[in-house]
Ligand binder design. Sequence first.
Ligand code: 9WN
Length: 433
Amino acid sequence: MESRAAVDDAALGREAWSVLDANWTGSATVPAPGLYPHQWNWDSTFVAMGLARWDTRRAGTELISLLAGQWGTGMVPHIVFHPVHAEGYFPGPSVWRSQNHPASPRAVCTSGLTQPPLHALALWWIWRHAADRDTAVALVRRLYPMLAAQHDYLATSRDLGGGGLAAIVHPWESGMDDSPAWDTALEALPPVRHPYHRREESSDRHPDSRHDRYMALVLGYRDSGYDPAYLRDEHPFAVEDPMFNGIWLASCQALAELAPVAGADAGPYREAVERIRAALLERLWDDGVFRARDLRGGRLSPVCTIGCFGPMLDQGMPGERVAELVRVLESARFMGAAGYPVPSCEIRAQQFDRSCYWRGPSWVNTNWLLRRAAAAHDLAGLVRLLGSGTLRLVRQAGFRECFDPFDGSGRGSRDFSWSAALTLDLLADTVER
Ligand code: 9WN
């Protein structure tokens, strides 16, 4: 195992800033040098939240540049391409062909999929923590209408199950690409061999057979002209993910709280919160956790993953449900048997793999979300465990993309932006810039 002498808070903070400065393009932060040379949606949003207590303007710029990629439909794409490295990541702009779609932005090329709608929560987080109040208020007024359009898009074009939840139409939309939560839905797809070649990457990433299915889903949707009717009636992958919807609900809560600042009506977002909560409980709750629902196969995922805890982000989730979730989270199925928080898949599952992306490793962003959820329910002990365990990981292994949950060794890319940015948030009370 590669490890290093544990660094103190001040040194860790300096290292985090140097990663973020190195990954800064002038208007956005790329996830990591090399493998990810573009702006990714939830990566940028985590960076904005990590910067919120430190630099209001830069946190705002991160969101503004991401939303420059928003489509006229309201969809916020999962990648906004940096023109200099256009084909430096596969699939690049020549595969997505966003510019052929009349609703895509003219100034930038983007992907045609989205990622979890964390943006309103991030805007709220910036507004809540900003030292520079005027900049924060101006930011809320500027971004609010764009986020309202994003939320309309989810409610109208993504409620593919008709039950009030938003469906993801590709594993990439979850941000937790290789999670076993999508296995049965993916396995039901016809086998394909696509003619594209991806660049060789680390062995922690998915095998080619899985990537072929990912590409088949991209090409089918693209060739429909990114048509919402195709998604509803024909697209073979549609899943209601509890993490995506838990985040959506938390963002609706944020929009309701920010409404007076933006001069908007909070009513529709309050109603959306109630609607999504009821739908989560009715459609995804099963055997003590929330599970992903495969709309095409008509079943809930048998595997319990980190995504199962996403609805804990809801401040209004009934206490007995929260208690059940925390019991599972703290048990030997997750935190109880791991040395470091929080494995991305339950340890006892057959699909658990401590080294493969999203099938076992611990991630700083999901730790941070669960810590936020624990704080929303006043679970002070859990907040401390998640914060200190996450800091232990980055102190020992650096700002890696993810980590082995048993020995804490780093995996995937180095100098990973969200690991650095969210560390800054965790350190905000103890260090100065
Ligand atoms: C596909 C950028 C992204 C993250 C995802 C992570 C990985 C991409 C990939 O990298 O996904 O979007 O190439 O595997 O799974 O969470 O946003 O860091």
